[in-house]
Design a protein around this ligand. Structure first.
Ligand SMILES: C[S@@+](CC[C@H](N)C(=O)[O-])C[C@H]1O[C@@H](n2cnc3c(N)ncnc32)[C@H](O)[C@@H]1O
Length: 246
């Protein structure tokens, strides 16, 4: 039997799931866009915004406050806004996403943000265009994350920083157990109820559980052309902020 486009198949959950993942992700974010921000705030208790602001701190934008910065897989532009609202920021943030309804919902969140429909795997920019790049919970959703890292490396000028905010797993046993219970049992139920999408919030924990460890991610960043890479945990290890220089 052919799976329906909204089914979660093994390819959809695979870190490099190719066309099946790409088409699932596109449909899923188109469907959940109207409730995306609300679900984020509910499932994280508004910590998602704290973690975005924390990630922005690793971007090093202060050395080029008038620069041009890329927000990859920008969604409803919360990460773009977190940078654009920093006191002293005088540059521009280009928020790229291939789901236009997500970008539309982000309009008006902050000045200095330019939404742009586009594919993270084929960015419509020349080499060395940006003074920095960032992505929050986006790399994991790419059909080919290594190709996405290479594409970011291509559009960054030499010396520019790249910051990735992604889910990780708490390391301490009691917290990890609690988190896994919440992540696999409670969160999908809240997500299904509020977003009214059958499996978007099952896709979320299941892709996180299959995602490379922060150490492996750093290795992938190195292979894509980044140097001085590292990471730190935020939210008691629920997320990791990766950083590196072009
Ligand atoms: C979990 S959301 C993250 C949105 C936003 N960064 C945030 O902080 O909430 C992931 C986003 O990645 C986008 N995305 C996935 N694959 C993409 C691709 N190949 N090109 C552009 N956007 C993509 C989806 O449309 C979705 O808006």
């Amino acid at each position: 039997m052919t799976p329906s486009p909204s089914s979660i198949t093994p390819e959809v959950l695979s870190p490099a799931g190719g066309e099946a993942k790409r088409s699932y992700v596109r449909r899923m974010f188109t469907a959940i866009a109207p409730r995306y921000d609300l679900v984020n705030r509910l499932i994280s208790g508004t910590l998602d915004q704290v973690w975005r602001r924390s990630a922005v701190r690793d971007l090093g934008w202060e050395s080029r406050p008038e620069g041009i910065y890329l927000d990859l897989c920008a969604g409803t532009l919360d990460l773009s806004a977190a940078l654009a609202r920093r006191p002293g920021f005088a540059g521009r943030v280009v928020g790229v996403d291939f789901v236009l309804p997500m970008l539309k919902l982000g309009r008006g969140k902050a000045d200095r943000v330019r939404p742009l429909g586009g594919d993270a795997l084929h960015l419509p920019f020349r080499n060395a265009t940006f003074d920095g790049a960032m992505v929050a919970w986006g790399i994991r959703n790419l059909a080919d994350p290594d190709a996405g890292l290479a594409e970011v490396a291509r559009v960054l000028r030499p010396g520019a920083r790249f910051v990735i905010l992604e889910f990780a797993m708490p390391r301490f046993a009691p917290l990890k157990g609690l988190f896994l219970f919440y992540f696999r049992r409670i969160l999908p139920a809240i997500g299904r109820l509020v977003s009214r999408h059958e499996n978007a919030y099952t896709y979320l924990p299941e892709t996180v559980l299959r995602w490379p460890t922060p150490g492996e991610m750093n290795e992938r960043m190195r292979r894509a052309g980044f140097r001085d890479v590292g990471y730190r945990y935020v939210g008691a290890g629920i997320c990791a902020v990766h950083y590196g220089h072009r």
